[in-house]
Ligand binder design. Sequence first.
Ligand code: URA
Length: 220
Amino acid sequence: MGDYDKREKLKEFYLKIRGCQECELSRSRTKFVFGSGSAYAPVMFVGEAPGKNEDLQGLPFVGQAGKLLDELLDSIGFDRSEVFIANVLKCRPPGNRDPRIEEINTCKSYLLEQIKIIDPKIICTLGKISTQLLLNTDKGINTLRGKVFKVDSRIIMPINHPAAVLYTPSRMEILKQDFQKIKRLIDSDGEVPACEEDILNLESETTGDKQNKGEQLGLF
Ligand code: URA
């Protein structure tokens, strides 16, 4: 797909789904939060779900966690307009409760289509929910963060969610280091540099975690 096509396709997709009423969250939301950034982004960041500020503005990561994400992007020379930022859920769960499994299952096709259109070399999953969804695993974020997975021709790197790091500042240094690693991955154009020794075989890391693995990973 050419670059022009990507932008048009993403816009077309946004217009198609922005009025979504597939689950109850559509009734309590203020705004549908599609995601933002460049359709040509080499790297995509995937969070969990919109919070209060995101719901009001219709944009992802615009609260405190977003401010930290912006700073971390800046530390590796990126502006948020050069990457693409999205969430697993496009609507805010009331009171910022955890997303429910049925909501994730209903909404995930939107994220998978965004990934298909943008076709980024690298996907950074922020926290447990997006990591478990895109790696199709039950393993926890503390086990997976900072590791590099190659799924088909794409790199998936889980990192801690910025909001979690705001609650546990001792994890800040780890998050900063993980961003340096993201930078190395971007610089190597999605090829895993020889110095990154921890690229993992998805099969051996996640086998048996979820039954529909092959089906889901086949989508992108
Ligand atoms: N947390 C998320 O996971 N996504 C947002 O958009 C904001 C906070």
